[in-house]
Structures are given as structure tokens and as C-alpha cells.
Design a protein around this ligand. Structure first.
Ligand SMILES: [Zn+2]
Ligand SMILES: [Zn+2]
Length: 221
């Protein structure tokens, strides 16, 4: 558990996967042991090991966006666990249609194109056990990026939208820096300084820490 991991009745562990060291997250309700896997980018055996070690029952796979390092293991894990894939926003459908070609670009084999069982939209809710999350559509890094936010836990999983000291890259197809900054300032900053978050790569942080020191938000970048 890192400092920014959810508290309340939640448990969680981070499994860094793929050559991109993507923060795949196993998140569960401590009371019921019901769990979700957020962004299974690859290294599915490692994820399954973490699930067994935590002794939880995974019920869904949640995706923050469609980039290969976040979804490369999604189809394989769905088949192994017989669970549904939820998210991201439909605007990332073109990325999910190109998981295989994207994998080929990075020398990643064994990945498959897929469709989620449910797309997510702004205002939607998802839950695992007694833990409920609001969906915030935060385009910019990719058009269909979503953030999972729990008001009760003061916790968010922001994918590649915002990082400790940085923001998501916007040089990939469909990216827009202006749109990304707008998503952060209109959707994430208003969540409040005391909201902690986990992001797709590297350490987590809090909204307040980033509001005050992130050079992309203070105008110093
Ligand atoms: Zn990404
Ligand atoms: Zn990423």
C-alpha cells in the first residue's frame, strides 16, 4: 500500500507491468474480498499471482484508456477470469481496434484487439463490493481517457491524465495538450486538495500537491 492508495474499507496493490512499468492495480473491498483489476497492460501471470496472493475474487476489469500498456493483457485476463471489461470511453475505440498493430510496433506479442462489455461516460458509476466510483471523462492524453473517483475514500485512479510532477503525453494520435490541461483544471482540480491519486506510471500524489507544484499546472512548464 502506498500513501495515496485508498483507505476506508478498500485494499489495493500495484503490479508494475510491461516494459512501460505500467501501474496495473488490484483493488478490493476488504469486507467482501470482491475485487477489480484496473489496466491489465500485460504480464498476466504476474497479475494472477497478485490476485491469488491477495485472496480476492476479481469480478470486473476496468480500463482508464486504450493505450497498449494499459490494455495489452485485458482480453487474455477476461478469458482467464471470465469477467467483463468496463471502459474506457467509446472515443478510444480506435485504440482497442489497434492493440495488435500497436503491440507489433513495440515488439509486444500475444495481445489481442477487443471490445469492452461496457463503455463509460461522464457521470457513470462503477462499483466493486461496497466501493463506488464516479466516472470523469478526461480527454487529452487520449480522447477516451476516464478517471475513477471515489468521494468516500478521497481517492482517484487517473490513468495517464496526471502524474506526480507531470501530465500525460499528448503527441500520440488523438492527443491534445490543450484538451488535457482543460480536463485537469475543470475535472480533477475541483475534486479538492485532499484527494490522493494513483496514476498509470510512477508514484502517486495528491490533487493539492500537483495544484501547487506541478509545473504544467502552475504555468512554469
Ligand atoms: Zn496512455
Ligand atoms: Zn501509460
Amino acid at each position: 500500500m502506498t500513501e495515496s492508495a485508498p483507505k476506508a474499507q478498500a485494499g489495493g496493490t500495484i503490479i508494475p507491468v510491461t516494459l512501460f512499468q505500467q501501474n496495473c492495480m488490484l483493488l478490493w473491498d476488504e469486507a467482501t474480498r470482491q475485487a477489480v483489476v484496473i489496466d491489465p497492460g500485460g504480464d498476466v501471470p504476474l497479475i494472477q499471482e497478485a490476485i491469488a496472493k491477495a485472496n480476492v475474487k476479481v469480478e470486473q476489469i476496468w480500463l482508464t484508456h486504450g493505450h497498449i500498456d494499459h490494455v495489452g493483457g485485458a482480453a487474455e485476463l477476461r478469458d482467464a477470469l471470465k469477467v467483463e471489461i468496463i471502459g474506457p470511453h467509446k472515443a478510444d475505440d480506435y485504440l482497442l481496434d489497434n492493440v495488435e498493430s500497436s503491440g507489433a510496433n513495440y515488439g509486444i506479442t500475444g495481445v489481442r484487439n477487443f471490445r469492452p462489455d461496457r463503455w463509460l461516460e461522464e457521470g457513470d458509476k462503477v462499483s466493486v463490493g461496497g466501493l463506488s466510483f464516479d466516472i470523469l471523462h478526461c480527454p487529452g492524453h487520449s480522447p477516451g481517457s476516464v478517471v475513477f473517483y471515489s468521494q468516500a475514500m478521497k481517492f482517484a485512479h487517473v490513468g495517464d491524465v496526471l502524474f506526480a510532477g507531470s501530465v500525460g503525453r499528448t503527441d500520440l494520435p488523438g492527443g491534445s495538450h490543450e484538451t488535457l490541461i482543460n480536463s485537469i483544471t475543470t475535472k480533477l482540480i475541483p475534486l479538492g486538495d485532499d484527494v490522493g491519486f494513483i496514476c498509470g506510471h510512477g508514484p502517486g500524489s495528491s490533487i493539492g500537491q500537483e495544484r501547487m507544484t506541478n509545473p504544467f499546472l502552475t504555468g512554469m512548464a
